[in-house]
Write a protein that binds this ligand. Structure first.
Ligand code: ADP
Ligand code: G6P
Length: 480
């Protein structure tokens, strides 16, 4: 039976060794949470990095690790400490991530990083080539592996290869600054189908292909090396039922400690309201902007003091990269400043958690919050916005969402804001707090309908359908 090989830098599970004991956690981030559902259901093998370095993998626990990974239908690519520094923290997260999110000032162009990126992409391609059989499909994911499609296609031209980018694709004016731009584009064009979250990212990619490689682009098809390469947008959905059903179920079960504390606040006064944000601690997520806008709101509308609380969950991420350390410091300071300025004996305006939380607690946070305030300055999609909507089983609640998140393109019924406009955010927050239930429900109903229809399963299905159609189209053209 033919299989699909999913390839991404991170596997859906992350392993750590602590005190000679294995610790296993689910990976955080849109890619892992989204694809997990597809992987669990289909005949697939997932190839990626386990979170352990090659040095750690060679320990006494290696047998246990391998068994664990195999049980999850995965295989691991082992990265050395040097790969981690130069490929992962280096080229992936100090070059591509900032550049593709329009943070030019954070972008480092380093030859050592680039050499490591090429070598590690080759490692991933080799791991795929070891497993791929005739008739299999390979689906490569995200910015860490942009060269892998070509490396596979060069060795196995008949293999069907799809590629999906989970982050924004920047405009030509940004992308053209990249020193290895031709190699990167050729790498991606090894795929038969290239997918993006939004039409804008797709448009930017096609523009780079036309202007840098001077290739002919016919609407959204590129003829390349006697093949047809198709480029299209597929906005990623969520496992709607999982979130909705968990929210329903948890309401009937015994309350967690966190839920009890959240209830205490809600019951403290009839006007008490909770505003939620959940992100990885990343400078693209607009965390300082959000705190500043909240501070601005409390100054502009003091009648809300002692009534509203911002609950901010920030999950540690890429903490070896200096910009992430600076962001953590800035966030700590801002939270301290706002809490110091406004707190009373019975009220703290911001509850800030810098940690990962179990799934059940995420659901508690989603279901207890009257408002979700999601303000990235740039975000490929943002699944948290969709998860919040899916858990609103009474169809109440308001989603405030940045225009800079890919998700805003499909969520017009949210209250869309510019994350740099504090005046607008403060006024929108007030409007959201005062929105009549009827309006909340009518907005939520439309949002939920759309998310229920275009789930993550549907997203994968549409991508695969289009991938096979493109491959067959290519075969017809070549035969002519
Ligand atoms: P990104 O991919 O940039 O991290 P997204 O909003 O698209 O941003 O995806 C974040 C994903 O990580 C969501 O699916 C969310 O549920 C998950 N997540 C966020 N915080 C946690 C956490 N503390 N524990 C587990 N999963 C989390
Ligand atoms: C985003 C990226 C993913 C990445 C995730 C977590 O969702 O698109 O590719 O896995 O962030 O980041 P990390 O660096 O921890 O893998």
């Amino acid at each position: 039976m033919n299989k699909t090989i999913i390839v991404s830098n991170r596997l859906p599970l992350q392993i750590k060794i602590d005190n000679n004991q294995l610790q296993v956690k689910p990976s955080v981030g849109g890619l892992a949470t989204g694809l997990k559902t597809i992987h669990q259901e289909g005949n697939s093998l997932w190839i990626g990095w386990s979170g352990l370095t090659e040095e750690e993998l060679n320990s006494d626990l290696s047998k246990q690790v391998k068994a664990l990974i195999k049980k999850e239908k995965c295989d691991t690519v082992s990265l050395t400490q040097n790969d981690l520094e130069n490929f992962y923290y280096g080229f992936s997260n100090r070059t591509l991530w900032p550049l593709f999110h329009y943070f030019m000032e954070y972008t480092e162009f380093e030859n050592t990083y680039w050499d490591s990126y090429k070598a590690v992409n080759q490692k991933f391609a080799d791991a795929v080539l070891e497993h791929v059989e005739d008739g299999d499909t390979v689906w490569v994911h995200d910015y860490q592996l942009l060269l892998v499609p070509k490396l596979i296609k060069d060795k196995k031209p008949n293999t069907t290869v799809g590629f999906f980018l989970h982050i924004p694709y920047p405009s030509y004016e940004i992308f053209r600054t990249f020193p290895w731009r031709e190699e990167l584009l050729h790498g991606i064009l090894g795929a038969d189908l290239i997918g993006f979250h939004t039409y804008d990212y797709q448009r930017h990619f096609l523009s780079s292909v036309k202007r840098i490689l001077r290739l002919d682009v016919n609407f959204n098809e590129i003829t390349y090396d006697d093949r047809v390469v198709k480029v299209d947008s597929f906005p990623m959905g969520i496992d709607y039922n999982k979130f909705h059903q968990s929210a329903l179920k948890q309401k009937k079960e015994e309350k967690s400690e966190l839920q009890k504390r959240l209830d205490d606040h809600i019951q403290s006064s009839k006007d008490a309201r909770m505003i939620l944000s959940i992100d990885r601690m990343d400078y693209t997520k607009g965390i300082p902007n959000r705190i500043r806008a909240f501070e601005y709101f409390l100054n502009k509308y003091p009648e809300y003091k002692e009534k509203v609380r911002l609950i901010m969950l920030a999950v540690p991420s890429r903490s070896n990269v200096p910009q992430y350390q600076l962001l953590k410091r800035e966030t700590d300071e801002l939270v301290g400043r706002v809490n110091g300025q406004f707190s009373t004996v019975s009220w703290t305006p911001i509850w800030y958690f810098y940690r990962s939380m179990p799934f059940e607690n995420l659901i508690d946070l989603y279901t207890s919050s009257h408002i979700a305030m999601i303000t990235p300055v740039r975000d490929g999609m943002n699944l948290v916005a969709k998860e919040y909507v899916a858990t609103r089983t009474e169809q109440d609640g308001v989603l405030i969402l940045s225009e800079m998140a890919g998700a805003s393109k499909e969520m017009n019924e949210a209250m869309l804001i510019n994350p740099n406009n504090f005046e607008q955010i403060a006024d929108t927050l007030k409007q959201a707090l005062e929105m009549p239930l009827k309006e909340q429900r009518s907005r939520m109903e439309i949002l939920q309908k759309r998310l229920k229809r275009y789930t993550v399963e549907k997203w994968a299905e549409e991508f695969m359908k289009s991938l096979f159609a493109t491959k067959n189209l290519g075969a017809v053209i070549i035969a002519k």
